[in-house]
Every structure is written in C-alpha cells, then in structure tokens.
Design a binder for this molecule. Structure first.
Ligand code: AGP
Length: 608
C-alpha cells in the first residue's frame, strides 16, 4: 500500500531520500512527504503535500532540505482524505518525534479519544497520527525513546510498518513491523529502511528482512533487531537481493506496463527454467492432500482459475478456487488441506490471511511469489519463487504470465505423476511451452501496430464485454480487469455461454465485445464460442475477435479480428492474453490515462 523509506548516513541524504520514495511510488501515490533532522538545533523538519513525488519535490522544495537522517512516505489513503494534513510524516505535539506508517490501526478511534483527553492536538484525520502522540505520551513517563516507542506499539491493534525519527536521539531510526512489510538495507556508509527493495536497490543489494512483531534501532553503522514482546535481541542473516537496479528502470519504454509486457518472452523462459524438483515436490504435496484450494485476488485469482482449468485438463483434478478476500468465509480447511496461493508481491493482505487461516487449522500452504523475502515467501511450507524481476507498473502483466506458466508446469507434473498424462504427452507439452517465448515476440513485433489502431478507433466506447469459454474464460476475466484498471472503462469478463442468460440484453451500439476464440482444434469450445459471437452480431453488436491464423475467414461473425500465429492448444490462452494486454494498454494511452499509476490503485494491497 503506502511506501516507507528511511536513511541514516554520515552524508547528506535529501536527494537519496526523495529518490527512495520515487522508487516506491507505485505502492501509493496520492501524497507524500519527508521528515529530516536538520541543523544544529536538531529540529525535526517536515515537508509534505498532495500529489506525485515529482510535484511535491518541486512545490515543497524537498531538495533544499539538509541532513544525514530522515524518513519519507508515499501514501495511498485509507483513513482520511487526500490532503496535505493527512500526508505523512506526522509529528508529536512538541515536534520531537516524526513517524511514517503503512497499515491500519483498528483501535485508533479509542486511542485518539484518550490522547485528546490528555491534551494532545491532532492535525490530521489519519490513524497514523495516534502512534506518534502515543509515543510522546509514553516518553513523558519513561524519558527513554526506545521504551516509549515499544510501549506505544504494544497498545496498537491492527497492522503496521512504522519508521520514526526523533530529535531526542538524532542519530538513529526506530522502525517496527506487524503484518506490513519492512526491510533494512545495509551499505558501508549508510543504512536504509524500505517497504521493499526498490527503496534502496540503487545503493545496496544487501538486506535484512524484518519479521512480524519485531523492531529495529538503526544508526549509520549499526542495527539492532529485537522482539517487540520483550526487547530480546534477534540475530538474522542478511540476504543478497537478486534483482539489478536497472531492472527497475523504464529502459526507453514510455511506460513500465509496456516494458513489462515486452519482457514476457524472457519471463516465460525464467518460469520454464525453474528447477523441476521444486515443481515436482509441490505436485507430490497436491497428490497427498485430500482437499486442494487455489487462491489469489484480482489478477492472481484469474491466474489460479486458469490453473484450475489446466489441472482439470492435464491432471484430472479440479482444485477449489476461492478468491483470497473470501477465503475465510468459504473454505473449509483441515489438516489434510493444501492451500496454494499466487501473489506477485507476496504481501497482499487478503492472500496472506488465506494462508494464515489455512495454517491455523493445520493445513499445508504453498505459494508462487515474485518477491523474495516477502511475507508469503517466508510463511509457506512450499515456496516457488517466480524470478520475474521487479514488476513496477501497478498493472500486473509479466508476473501473471509467469505464475500461469508455473501452474501449467505444476498441472503437467501432477498429471504425469498420477497417470493422466503419458511421458510422451508430457514431453510434447513441454516442447510447446518452450516455443511460447518466440511466439510472444512475434505478436509483440508484428501485432502491436494493428492492436494500437483498433484500440484508438474504439476508445470512445465506455462499456466492454470480454467473453471466453473453458480455459479462455479466466483469460477473458483477467483481460476485463486489465481494461478496467488501466483505462477506467467499464469491462466485464464472462463465460461466453453465460451471455444469453441475461447480459445479452445489453448489446447495442454503446457496448463492444471482445471474444477470445480458441483454436479450431478445440472442437466444441471453438464452435460454441463462435455461436456467442454470432448472437452478438445478430443484434448489431461490435465484436473484436482475438483468434488464430487460418481460422479467421470473412464469413465469421466478427467486426474485426486480431489474428495471432498458430500455436499449440496448451499455449493459445497465453498468446490471446498478451494481445488483450496490448489492447488495454493502447486504449489507456489513447485516453491519456496514468498508465502505470491508475487512479485509486496501489501495487501491493497490504490492508484488509
Ligand atoms: C493487477 O493488475 C492488479 N493491480 C491487482 O489485481 C493485483 O493482481 C492483486 O492486488 C494481487 O496482488 P499480488 O499479486 O501482489 O498479490
């Protein structure tokens, strides 16, 4: 959700600190701010405002701040509107403490009333502000920063990652986490705090990953990690981050979304290179479980839905799929249950909650995750790291295809183990998967121009149906989500067979349909999908088909068609999804949307 950064160094940090929140901006971008300890008088100076990091940097002249220690924040509003007052950092009444926070404090209303009664003045509507006043209140009795910090955090209910500076101890950052991510970056001349690696990857690749219910005291040349419960020290090995700083740059593309769409051939290869043993180990666990749940939310829910279809098709098993936000209200978990989650960030609150729910009931957990060291990566029994590299655009593309490929491999492995697939079939499917990167390249190189033209010509249409059947149904839903989040146009993903049961009443010149046409060899799936397209055309509805070469003849019921190169049945949905990603991207570009940072969204949703 929000992005937290902190730096403590021997040298001036203002530029680096602004750079850190700029790199975290994809986590939340409605307002931002910086607090630094400035000058000999050891003043905690705060500058903050609404807008992007670039806007606030210019408006508040952040570059003119001077100091060697500071914290910063880029916000995605939860409590209180998007105002300068609600932007972080927040300060205590006496101005001695400044804090940034990510998460939600559920008992903040109660704490606020108590603190007000004690004379504290609140300047914002946020839940965060209670934390800093609470620390100030405890300090009055303890006269000791560390114990005041810990005592205040112990009173909080909810989730938090916090970073605090104080003029009372101007050489150190206090930070803590409980269900919201926080990591410490370690370099020779400075230490860093970040919600994720992007906060400091330009300066160091060595990191210490904090766990829940821990806090740390960080100076420029030391860090002490401790338990919030009793202050006892924790010793933990540092980790080397695999990502390169350049991977987080746009590399000449106008948007991260487009760059990441173009990285998909490479990302698919990485997913295919993941050690077979890791996949086989998980397949064994799936076969040993009595009940299997696949979970995720948003895009990752559609990822696991595709996984469900492929498990049914290639392994003869139909796992239950439950959107992770609904998991605890629907899943019936016991010791023989395995829950497999997919998550790019590994921090999504709903998906983490589904995994915790499973653990609490004695079930086994597994996850396909992109971010090493993330909460999910650390709590599951079986982890598969995607290795897709940082996905910066809020719109997930390359991470999703990687997860789909991994789930496909898992289905094939399970199918081979339980005898649904012969070795020959298994080998053929793998050869087909290996051909996928080249086919994706072909689409990117040869179809982008046409897709852009169609997108430009239809961008005035405000309502869209995305229709697919069988394993093209999750692709239709995922593509509708892409269209919604990046273009702000209304889009619904639906099984094409469902259309005639009500939604067909909407067909008119104000609603367009995108139909995901399977290869002709799919038999019924192909003919039934065409029937749905016919039904729309019969009502003068516009149909954009995404279909395969040699299958698109004049008499077919489409208004226009994006024609893709012929491919194996296994890989057809992936290619159609990529065409749809480009279509959403170019629609958003035509409409001049904020492609990488669409309104109201954030990259990792770490709140309930
Ligand atoms: C994808 O484009 C969305 N921004 C969103 O649905 C996302 O996939 C979802 O929030 C899950 O995130 P995760 O993969 O980090 O768990």
């Amino acid at each position: 959700m929000c992005g937290i950064a902190g730096i403590v160094s021997l040298n001036d940090i203002s530029e680096k600190l602004v750079g850190a929140i700029k790199s975290l901006e994809y986590r939340g971008y409605d307002s931002c701010g910086v607090a630094m300890i400035e000058g000999k008088g050891r003043k905690v100076a705060v500058r903050k405002n609404i807008g992007s990091v670039d806007e606030v940097r210019d408006r508040e002249r952040l570059a003119e701040m001077r100091g060697t220690i500071g914290i910063a924040h880029t916000r995605w509003a939860t409590h209180g509107g998007v105002t300068a007052a609600n932007a972080h950092p927040h300060c205590s009444c006496d101005g001695a403490f400044a804090i940034t926070h990510n998460g939600i404090i559920s008992n903040y209303g109660h704490l606020r009333e108590i603190l007000k009664a004690k004379g504290h003045r609140f300047l914002s509507e946020t839940d965060t502000e209670v934390i800093v006043h609470l620390i100030e209140e405890h300090y009055k009795t303890t006269r000791q920063v560390e114990s005041a910090f810990v005592a205040a955090l112990k009173e909080l209910q909810g989730t938090f990652a916090v970073a605090m500076i104080t003029r009372r101890e101007p050489d150190r950052i206090y930070c803590a986490r409980s269900e919201s991510p926080l990591i410490i970056g370690i370099a020779a001349d400075a230490h860093y705090i970040g919600s994720d690696f992007n906060a400091f990857i330009a300066h160091t690749k060595t990191a210490l990953i904090m766990d829940d219910n821990e806090y740390a005291v960080v100076t420029h040349d030391s860090y002490a990690l401790k338990r919030l419960s009793d202050g006892s020290p924790i010793s933990r090995a540092v980790q080397e981050i695999q990502w390169d700083p350049e991977m987080s740059q746009k590399g000449g593309f106008p948007h991260y979304m487009l760059k990441e769409i173009y990285e998909q051939p490479q990302v698919v290869n990485h997913a295919l290179d993941i050690d077979r043993e890791a996949i086989r180990g998980l397949a064994e666990k799936i076969l040993a479980a009595d009940k299997i749940y696949f979970t995720g939310v948003g895009t990752t829910f559609y990822v696991v839905q595709l996984g469900q279809y492929y498990f049914s098709r290639y392994a003869g098993i139909t796992p239950s799929i439950v959107s992770s936000d609904e998991f605890r209200f629907l899943a019936s978990v016991d010791e023989k249950t395995l829950t497999l989650a997919a998550s790019q960030s590994g921090e999504t609150y709903d998906t983490l909650t589904a995994l915790r729910f499973t653990r609490e009931r004695g079930g086994a957990t597994a996850a396909i995750v992109n971010v090493m060291g993330s909460s999910m990566a650390r709590i599951v029994d079986h982890l598969i790291l995607q290795g897709s590299g940082p996905e910066i655009s809020v719109i997930s593309t390359k991470a999703a295809i990687s997860q789909m490929i991994i789930l496909t491999r898992l289905a094939l492995e399970t199918g081979l183990m339980n005898g649904t697939l012969t070795q020959k079939q298994y080998d053929q499917h793998h050869r087909d998967l290996r051909k996928l990167p080249a086919l994706i390249e072909k689409i990117l190189n040869e179809k982008s121009g046409f897709i852009h033209t169609v997108a430009r010509s239809q961008a005035h249409i405000n309502h869209w149906l995305f229709l697919g059947r069988g394993h093209f149904y999750p692709i239709a839903r995922e593509s509708a989500l892409k269209m919604k989040e990046v273009s702000y146009l209304h889009a619904e993903g639906m099984p094409s067979g469902f259309l005639k049961h009500g939604t067909i009443a909407l067909i008119d010149e104000r609603l367009n349909s995108v139909v995901f046409v399977p290869p002709k060899e799919e038999g019924d799936l192909y003919t039934l999908t065409l029937s749905s397209a016919e039904e729309i055309r019969a009502r003068n509805g516009y149909v954009l088909a995404i279909a395969f070469a040699d299958r698109v003849k004049k008499e077919l019921p489409f208004t226009e068609a994006i024609v893709l190169p012929a491919c194996a049945l296994l890989t057809a949905p992936f290619l159609e999804m990529i065409a749809a990603q480009l279509f959403s991207y170019y629609t958003a570009v035509t409409l001049k949307r904020n492609v990488d940072r669409p309104r109201s969204l954030a990259k990792s949703v770490t709140v309930a």
